[in-house]
Design a binder for this molecule. Sequence first.
Ligand code: NAD
Length: 336
Amino acid sequence: MNIAFFSTKSYDREFFDAADPQRRHPITYLEPRLTEQTASLAVGFPCVCGFVNDSLNAAVLETLAASGLKLLALRSAGFNHVDLLAADRLGIAVVRVPAYSPYAVAEHTVMLMLALNRHLQRAYSRVRDGNLSLEGLLGFDLRGRTIGIIGTGRIGAVVAQILSGFGCRLLASDPTVNPELTRLGASYVPLAELYAQCDIITLHSPLLPETFHLIGAAAISQMKPGVMLINTSRGGIVDTRAVIEGLKSGQVGALGIDVYEEEEGLFFQDLSERVIQDDVFARLLTFPNVIVTGHQAFFTREALSAIAQTTLANIDEFAAGQPLANQVTAAKVRRK
Ligand code: NAD
């Protein structure tokens, strides 16, 4: 199947070309992000491959359907940016990569915790500047600390495993209990209890109507003063303005995020020659106790290789008229 591949980076080419040496699915690599303005680049392609910050709203899907699109192959786990009702109505099948490397994201999550706790960014620049003072670098032992994990699916479970190795006490929240966590000694508790008891809270649930702005002013006010918040899941789960207020008052002691609610149009590009126009994002960057990474938690060799292989296998299934193991539809999501 001919694939129009949007938001292409050098690493996408490297891993997709390596995963399909026979070129069974010819790929046209396109650098632009998929938007209403760029959708015309996909005219005549039966398959579009999109990433997390491509715009896949009803208007874009209608343009793509009118120009022959049959399959939208997401090279991501998240699909909150796709209007699934519109895709169903237009007869476009949507497939995704539900799991590639939970280790990549979990390890990045724990890296953010460690870096914030030990003030790594400040220590790094201080030492390079010849300042070897320890003032302001005080951290705490992770051993014995209480960590709250919201969302204990694939990634949350690996985070729990790693932190269990550090000797942390684990509290969890998820509508579905994962026996792997209970085996590690984690306790599932109501959110209010998790908020009240945890020194660090880390988010690993999908972005759904019920998780949108889950971490807002009300939740933050119930947390331990000085709590560390980590979000490597989806930006919309955190109300950024409320967290900024929490950082200003000291109620939030540290923030590590790999995702941002308005990241579309901001992340995955070099803006170093420009002035960032998003004032909320710019304010976040002014805090010494905030680390932002640009949606890089997934970015390991193992993950990119698995993403390419699963995406191509999804396309193989569609091309062969087989059932689509990794299909997402509006009906499936409603049933969850
Ligand atoms: P998963 O489907 O394996 O697990 C998600 C868990 O969240 C499930 O156990 C589900 O029951 C739970 N959940 C659903 N609603 C909830 C709620 N209201 N409260 C608490 N838990 C709830 O997904 P995963 O692969 O572990 O991915 C987790 C998140 O990480 C997703 O948001 C995904 O988009 C994101 N992600 C980010 C990156 C990155 O690079 N930053 C990479 C991959 C995935």
